[in-house]
Design a protein around this ligand. Structure first.
Ligand code: HEM
Length: 497
């Protein structure tokens, strides 16, 4: 590689400047409604454990790696997911892994874990690339230099990746409609308001509750129809086993009891994967594309790596893309999609020099932790070299938590990292993607941490995508591909102007 990536001048991507003092309660409510990222005052980025006074009682924001390890692993049974987080991230999906607790969670986790084994995830590389090909064809249909909202495009891409990996032949419906409903779902579920801060129980109706019920009804109808179709196909032709997550889910057995999942659990977990896995990964990709658009050196490094490494066996593709992966991991550090995890203490405990009472709220914010002055060198600067193989071993394990840690760590982390890395390398290889003139990029926390006003970017195909073959990948949504469009991108690794 011609440029020494350890000497590239880092830059400071957009982020709120923390206020010097804590916000008062009324101001906090206002800022929470607008952009919870702006709540964090300077002290949170330098204190190891910061105490916060809330009407619901004792709360602590924990940035000390040893204390985080204690909460998430060593004494994890004393710290349950708190109701606010459960409601915001998985409202209405009570039977799914994200919100289950106790014995029900235990059974589901051990039943579902094999689905996301390294071997299974690597074998899904081809389905992931298929979705990237479909997005590429969509972009090639646009006039060169068109401006698109990259957040919306990445959301469609990641939903499509999940559709193709869960159902192998996609959602069989209108993907855009599904994406729109997912948006409605997140907006309705994701509000943290006064009722949450005063600890009102779940049965007290929240704003947007009716909308939430309606969108959940729609999802359940779509998923039930897909499961029903698959089950009737299997009855007709038992030897027809698809290589997708639905087949694995329907065949998954609890290793301890040999029990299969109930239909409600299968449905809830498919919806959980779709909701937990698409917006998070879409934001990771959007931020990665934005950050690359601001750094000529890192963009050139990813282009060079993609040109050299994309060709070759799909199963080992992710492992070959070490520079691209470092960019994705740095994007996850600066803009962790899940910017706060919270737990409720079940009994008394001690963290650092603080006595923790039962029902105390423990907040671990990857956003704050990843920018903490005692844990990172120049934390606010974009510098993916931190994650290159030569330097990543110096990163403290509990200072970097985009996927959480411990028993409730993200079950889809390997899947997400692989998907984002191969999608980023492929898109950068095929297209010049530049920030549109006048675009204002600002991080906003709205369930996930996203560019607040979208991300308008100018897409121009590179010269290595002009020569295209005729072999067509099946359409995810069932819509015919426009006849005049190139069907497959070729010439990876060829020289470009
Ligand atoms: C960049 C993308 C992603 C990020 C940043 C992310 C982040 C997280 C985090 C931080 C947690 C832990 C929450 C806690 O401890 O309170 C979590 C849990 C979870 N994630 Fe992800 N996630 C991503 C992608 C995915 C994908 C692709 C899937 C599935 C296909 C997925 C499924 C889940 C599930 C089911 C849980 C709950 C696990 C449990 O409680 O046992 N996530 N995720």
């Amino acid at each position: 590689m011609s440029v020494d990536l350890f000497r590239v001048q880092p830059f400071r991507p957009p982020a709120p400047v923390p206020p010097g003092r804590r916000l008062g309660f009324i101001q906090l409510l206002r800022v929470l409604a607008r952009n919870p990222l702006e709540c964090w005052s300077q002290d949170f980025f330098s204190e190891k454990i910061a105490r916060v006074g809330l009407p619901i009682g004792q709360a602590f924001v924990v940035n000390d790696p040893a204390a985080i390890r204690h909460v998430l692993i060593d004494n994890a049974s004393n710290y349950r997911k708190d109701p606010i987080q459960r409601r915001v991230l998985s409202a209405g999906l009570a039977d799914g892994l994200l919100s289950a607790e106790g014995e029900r969670w235990d059974i589901q986790r051990r039943t579902l874990a094999p689905l996301f084994s390294l071997r299974n995830v690597r074998s899904l590389t081809a389905n992931m690339l298929q979705a990237v090909d479909q997005l590429s064809r969509r972009w090639l249909a646009l006039p060169p230099g068109s401006v698109v909202d990259v957040v919306a495009e990445m959301t469609l891409l990641t939903l499509n990746v999940l559709a193709l990996t869960i159902f192998s032949d996609g959602l069989q419906g209108d993907l855009d409609e599904f994406r729109g409903s997912m948006n409605d779902y997140f907006r309705a579920a994701g509000r943290i308001g006064l009722l949450d801060l005063v600890g009102a129980p779940d049965f007290v109706p929240r704003p947007g509750g009716r909308k939430l019920k309606a969108t959940l009804g729609y999802f359940q109808g779509v998923i039930d129809a897909l499961i029903e179709t698959r089950q009737s196909e299997c009855r007709k032709n038992p030897s027809d086993q698809r290589c997708d997550l639905l087949s694995l889910l329907l065949g998954a057995l609890d290793p301890a009891t040999g029990r299969a999942m109930s239909p409600a659990e299968v449905r809830s977990n498919i919806l959980t994967f779709l909701s937990a896995g698409h917006e998070t990964t879409a934001n990771t990709l959007s931020w990665s594309l934005y950050l690359l658009s601001q750094s000529d050196a890192w963009r050139a490094a990813v282009e060079a790596e993609a040109g050299e490494k994309l060709a070759g066996p799909p199963d080992t593709l992710f492992d070959r893309l070490t520079v691209t992966r470092a960019v994705v991991e740095e994007a996850l550090r600066l803009y962790p999609p899940i910017s706060a995890l919270s737990r409720l203490a079940q009994g008394p405990d001690r963290l650092g020099c603080h006595d923790i009472k039962a029902r105390a709220l423990i907040v671990i914010s990857p956003y704050v932790l990843h920018r903490h002055v005692s844990l990172w060198d120049q934390p606010d600067l974009f510098d993916p070299s931190r994650f290159l193989p030569e330097s990543r071993r110096t990163i403290e394990r509990f200072a970097y938590l985009p996927f959480g840690a411990g028993p409730r760590t993200c079950i889809g982390s390997t899947f997400a990292l692989q998907e984002a890395t191969i999608a980023l390398a492929t898109l950068v290889d095929r297209f010049s993607i530049a920030l549109a003139a006048g675009a204002k990029v600002w991080p906003v926390m709205s369930v996930t941490l996203r560019p607040g006003a979208g991300l308008p970017m100018r897409i121009t195909p590179k010269s290595n995508v002009e020569d295209v073959g005729r072999d067509c990948l099946p359409g995810v949504t069932g819509e015919p591909l426009p006849a005049a469009l190139p069907r497959r991108i070729s010439g990876r690794g060829t020289s470009r102007s």
